[in-house]
Write a protein that binds this ligand. Structure first.
Ligand SMILES: [Zn+2]
Length: 247
């Protein structure tokens, strides 16, 4: 058993949210039980995830995508009310870390994805240094095959001009807007979760390859890595609950 406050300060020390300008509050988003016994981690605090975590007996949830985002008007109505109601009714804690969970050098989404793809960053790039870049370890078709093998889905591949890969850049989730910064940082290929219309033209016109590998699929590894670390430190049970999302 651990005190919620000790879990909170452990997470904050690990992830250093004060160093980021983020789209929502990092840390404890919904306050529940003071005594923490069982942690569930997941990508997004969706209703399905909350229900699955509570059904698994978790009293504390740790996610990458929390409930509150810039642009919301602050009302707890509709689907948001329902999510909060489930948590409050169960007296469960919800911790959410967004950009700090992408960025952590060993446990974050970027580092953990790189590990699975055989990529090691030797530099960072882009807004708030969230982008990772390092030496290529395989040709483009082998990299795409590795993505498919590790993430269980084929990436959408914009092949560029077919150049040999020397440097590969990556940033998990909806980081298609980092493509130009990746090109400027010297990438021969850039890998992220989502794609938008402009990236096809940029890939064609700059020759740099672009791989869209799934927002959820690329962000599955940070939350369980962090939660496992915290659970291990306090001797708590932890389970990662993955609810597939094709987007
Ligand atoms: Zn995300």
């Amino acid at each position: 058993m651990a005190d919620r406050k000790d879990i909170a300060s452990c997470l904050d020390q690990l992830l250093r949210p004060e160093g980021f300008k983020d789209y929502g509050p990092n840390g404890l988003q919904v306050e529940g039980a003071r005594e923490v016994r069982r942690i569930a981690s997941g990508v997004t605090a969706s209703l399905a995830f909350i229900d699955a975590a509570l059904a698994a007996g978790a009293d504390t949830l740790i996610v990458h995508h929390g409930l509150f985002w810039r642009g919301q008007d602050g009302r707890l109505t509709g689907w948001l009310a329902e999510r909060v109601r489930r948590l409050m009714a169960a007296n469960a804690n919800l911790f959410a870390y967004h950009l700090p969970l992408d960025a952590h050098a060993e446990l974050g989404n970027n580092a953990q994805l790189g590990l699975r793809l055989g990529l090691m960053a030797d530099a960072r790039f882009g807004d708030q240094d969230l982008g990772f870049i390092g030496p290529a370890t395989a040709p483009l078709d082998a990299l795409a095959a590795r993505v498919q093998q590790q993430l269980g889905r084929a990436p959408l591949l914009l092949p560029g001009d077919g150049r040999a890969l020397r440097r590969v850049a990556w940033c998990t989730g909806g980081a298609q807007g980092y493509f130009e910064a990746a090109i400027a940082a010297g990438a021969d290929a850039f890998l992220t979760g989502e794609v938008s219309e402009p990236q096809q033209h940029l890939a064609r016109e700059t020759g740099v390859a672009f791989l869209a590998c799934g927002h959820h699929a690329t962000e599955r590894f940070g939350a369980p890595a962090v939660a496992a670390q915290v659970a291990g430190r306090f001797g708590l049970e932890h389970a990662f609950i993955d609810l597939d999302n094709p987007a």
